[in-house]
Design a protein around this ligand. Structure first.
Ligand code: NAD
Length: 511
């Protein structure tokens, strides 16, 4: 944390660390102990206003924004990628302390952030080559072409589950497209984005190109959604907040992209011969980030014939997961995943919310095959005030059980069984969400057929959870719209201009 200490009570506007207009702060807490971690600048509408003014000026400056090329921006992005790489341990440690994720997961996030810089640098260069692409309009009197321009000033609002990476997924493609950004990180894990601001600056993003305003959702976040000077609001978070952000953006109206929640299913067909490999993916899906992942596997559908063997193996594997203080000596050393580790949840509120789902399901009589009891934490080498929840598995929950229907965002899994694949698909699709889904079968044609029937933005066949930088990321239904990553990621921040010319002097002569 030493690395960001000097900036904690500041906001980053126009290339400088400055005090907020009101000078207020809010506290963040250590997930492993529940103690106050630090006081952070509590920016609000006044600071957002200053930031958006700086961003607008940068967008219209002679050296950046509309006036820059993809090649120029790619140089900055590659430098930034190197800075991320050199600072991997520092960034990862900050996210691990602030959000509670194990170091190996936090380091993997930084690896993905490095990949994002290099990938979007390539795409920025490619966009230069696509400038002026001709369109045949079928009329020799006219010549049409397209030009790509930055959409403008971006308001980026991000969640706490991947504090650094979710910000990178917006800021980096925005830079690649030539946009200038005002970023508001989540107040629950706000520290690593301070380093992001400084590193963008050090890599050559000019003053105003990136601005970071820490603050609360209802003040700094709402100020971004409401400010008329933003050209687009790129939001990642819960559907409840998304409704407020979209309602505010509708008044513009201005563009929004929405990366929201999920209740992602995973189907295991009878012909899955390597059940251990499938279980590996189930555990990754359900316990990575302590289940605080938008695409987390929260519903598993297993063929009835595999019921006993699957449950036995699942419980054995889950029992072997060490619930640990992610800041403990062993956990900090283990960045290779030698021991399967799971840390705390991000906050007291999130922890109580997850326990609320578990307690509610237990009192409604839903069968709990593992976890679900606070006593499972007794005797572990963890602080009793930390925000811990043991992995918890419910079996055969009724279709209307809250634990089965709602996004929990914790290490809670529901398992149901099916006799036919049609039944599995119907259960998998019976949700308001549609972010991700996974299918396991030895039969590739069957995987593909089931994939076609799943209503989700991402489908993994015989694997689960990888988020490759080259591939589109985003959901359908209430999981949102718009796509991050890959060429779709830069398109979200690019505006397509039609330019149609006629020879001087040519006229239609109609009027
Ligand atoms: P959240 O909606 O509570 O907060 C997200 C951000 O919105 C935070 O920065 C918060 O301060 C801000 N905010 C809160 N109220 C606001 C308001 N009125 N106006 C503007 N901004 C406001 O979500 P969270 O708890 O931080 O994150 C968890 C959610 O994010 C889950 O639903 C998860 O599935 C989703 N998520 C989705 C993806 C994806 O790629 N689809 C990735 C990560 C997280």
């Amino acid at each position: 944390m030493e690395k960001v200490e000097q900036w904690l009570k500041k906001v980053f506007i126009n290339g400088e660390w400055v005090d907020t207009v009101k000078g207020e702060t809010f506290d963040t807490f250590r997930p492993t102990t529940g103690e106050v971690l630090c006081a952070v600048a509590n920016g609000d509408a006044d600071d957002v206003d200053k930031a958006v003014t700086a961003a607008k000026a940068c967008l219209n400056s002679s050296g950046w924004g509309y006036a820059s090329t993809g090649v120029q921006r790619a140089v900055v992005l590659r430098k930034l990628g190197k800075l991320f790489e050199e600072n991997t341990a520092v960034i990862a440690k900050i996210d691990s302390i602030d959000m509670g994720k194990p170091m190996r997961e936090a380091e993997a996030d930084v690896g993905d952030a490095v990949a994002a810089c290099n990938h979007f640098a390539d795409l920025a260069e490619k966009q230069d080559k696509e400038q002026g692409e001709k369109i045949d309009v079928g009329d020799d009197n006219f010549q049409s072409e397209v030009r790509y321009e930055p959409i403008g000033v971006i308001g980026a609002i991000t969640p706490w589950n991947y504090p650094f990476l979710m910000a990178v997924w917006k800021v980096i493609p925005a830079i690649a497209a030539g946009c200038c950004t005002v970023l508001k990180p989540s107040e629950l894990a706000p520290c690593s984005c301070l380093l992001l601001a400084q590193m963008c600056h050090d890599a050559g993003v000019p003053p105003g190109g990136i601005n970071v305003i820490n603050g609360l959702g209802l003040t700094a976040g709402a100020a971004i959604s409401n400010h008329p000077a933003f050209d687009k609001v790129a939001f990642t978070g819960s559907p409840a907040t998304a409704r407020l952000v979209m309602a505010a953006a509708a008044l513009g109206p201005r563009a929004v992209s929405m990366e929201l929640g999920g209740k992602s299913p995973l189907i295991i067909c009878q012909d899955t011969s390597n059940l251990d490999a499938a279980l590996d993916w189930v555990l990754t899906g359900f316990l990575w980030g302590s289940g605080q992942v938008c695409s987390a596997t929260s519903r598993v559908y297993v063929h009835e014939a595999l019921r006993e063997v699957f449950m036995e193996k699942l419980i054995t594997r889950v029992k072997a997961v060490t619930i640990c203080d992610t800041q403990g000596e062993e956990a900090l050393k283990d960045t290779e995943g030698a021991v399967p580790r799971m840390g705390p949840l991000v906050s007291r509120i999130q922890c109580d919310k997850v326990w609320g789902y578990i307690d509610g399901a237990l009192s409604a009589g839903v069968t709990c095959a593992y976890g679900g009891r606070r006593e499972l934490l007794d005797g572990l080498d963890i602080n009793p005030n930390g925000y811990y929840v043991p992995p918890t598995i419910f079996v055969d929950p009724p279709a209307d059980a809250k634990v089965y229907k709602e996004e929990i965002f914790g290490p809670v899994l529901c398992v149901r069984f099916f006799k036919t694949e049609e039944e599995a698909v119907a259960m998998a699709n019976d949700t308001v969400y549609g972010l991700a889904a996974a299918v396991f079968s030895d039969d590739e044609a069957k995987c593909s057929a089931i994939c076609n029937k799943l209503r989700a933005g991402i489908v993994w066949l015989n694997n689960c959870q990888p988020a490759f930088i080259q591939c589109p990321w985003g959901g359908v239904k209430q999981s949102g719209f718009g796509r991050e990553l890959g060429r779709w990621g830069i398109e979200e921040f690019s505006s397509v201009k039609q330019v149609t010319s006629a020879k001087p002097g040519y006229a239609w002569g109609i009027f």
